[in-house]
Design a binder for this molecule. Sequence first.
Ligand SMILES: Nc1nc2c(ncn2[C@@H]2O[C@H](COP(=O)(O)OP(=O)(O)OP(=O)(O)O)[C@@H](O)[C@H]2O)c(=O)[nH]1
Ligand SMILES: [Mg+2]
Length: 292
Amino acid sequence: MEEQNGSKINIQWFPGHMTKAKREMQEKLKMVDFVIELRDARIPNASRNPMLDELCKQKPRLIILSKRDKAQASYTKQWIAHLSNETTKVLALDILKDSVTQMVVDASQQLMKAKIERMIRRGIRPRAMRAMVVGVPNVGKSTFINRISKKKIATTGDRPGVTKALQWSRVNKDLELLDTPGVLWPKFEDEQVGLLLAVTGAIRDEVLPIDEIALWAMRWLLENHSEALTKRYDIPLKSDPHAMLEAIAWKRGFLKNGQEVDWKRTIETFLREIRDDRLGSITWEIPDENSK
Ligand SMILES: Nc1nc2c(ncn2[C@@H]2O[C@H](COP(=O)(O)OP(=O)(O)OP(=O)(O)O)[C@@H](O)[C@H]2O)c(=O)[nH]1
Ligand SMILES: [Mg+2]
C-alpha cells in the first residue's frame, strides 16, 4: 500500500443524477412550506451541504441529526444547541428506533405555528404542511420517510446514491413529504469535509482512494479514540497508522498465501467496522463558530 505523505487527498463525486436532482429540487421548492434537512450526527458540519443551504435559505428549516445512535450523546446535545435558532429547529434521532412520527409532526407544527395561525385568522382552512427532505447521500432520508409515513414507499439501502428521483409521500392529513436523492456539491473547499463524508459512507467507495481514507481515519482514531482501537482489535498501539493496519491484518489473518497482507480486505473491513460503529459511538466533529 502506498502512503502519500502530506499531499492532498483528492475526493469528488457529483454524478449526473445529482445535477438533475438539484434542478428538480429548485423547481419544487416553491411548493413546500419548509425544509427538513438531514445531517449525520457523527459529522453535523461536514454533512451540511452548502449548495442546499443556498437553495433553501428562504425556507424555515427542521434539521434532523440522524444516526444519533452512532454518535456521542454529549456532543449531539452541544450540536442541537449550536444549530438551533428562530427559524431552525433541531432534533436528533435514531430513525430506526425513535418515535419519529410524533416527534417530527410536533416539531413541524411548532415551526409552522405562525403561518398556520395566520391562515386561521384569515379564515383559510389550513391545508397539509408540505416539506422537502434533503441531505447528503446515505444520511437516512428514505428510511426517515418510510418510518414517519409507516409505509414502505421509498427504496433504502446502506450505500450512497440509492434514491434517484423525487417522490411525494403523505404522513397524515397534516403533513406531506418530498423525498429527494442525496446530493453532494461540485467541490469540497475543505479537504477534511470530503474525508469525513467518505469515512462515514456518504461517498461511493468505487470513486474513493480508500487506502488513503483508511490511513487518515486510523491516524484520527489514534489521536482521538485510541481506547476504541485497543478494545476492538486487541493489539499494542503503534503511532504509525500503516503499522496499525498491518497489525490488524496479522491479528485477523487477512493474508494472501499466509504471509503477505491482504490490503484490500484489511481496509474494506476497517472502514466497514467504523461505519457500522463496531468501534463504538464516535462523533467526528465538535461544534465551533465556523460550523453553523
Ligand atoms: N443506525 C442507524 N442507521 C440509520 C439511521 N437512519 C438511517 N439508517 C441507515 O442508513 C442507511 C441509508 O439509509 P437511506 O434511507 O437509504 O439513506 P438516503 O439518505 O435515502 O440515501 P440516498 O437515497 O442514497 O441519498 C440504511 O442502511 C438505513 O437503515 C439511524 O438513525 N441510525
Ligand atoms: Mg434515499
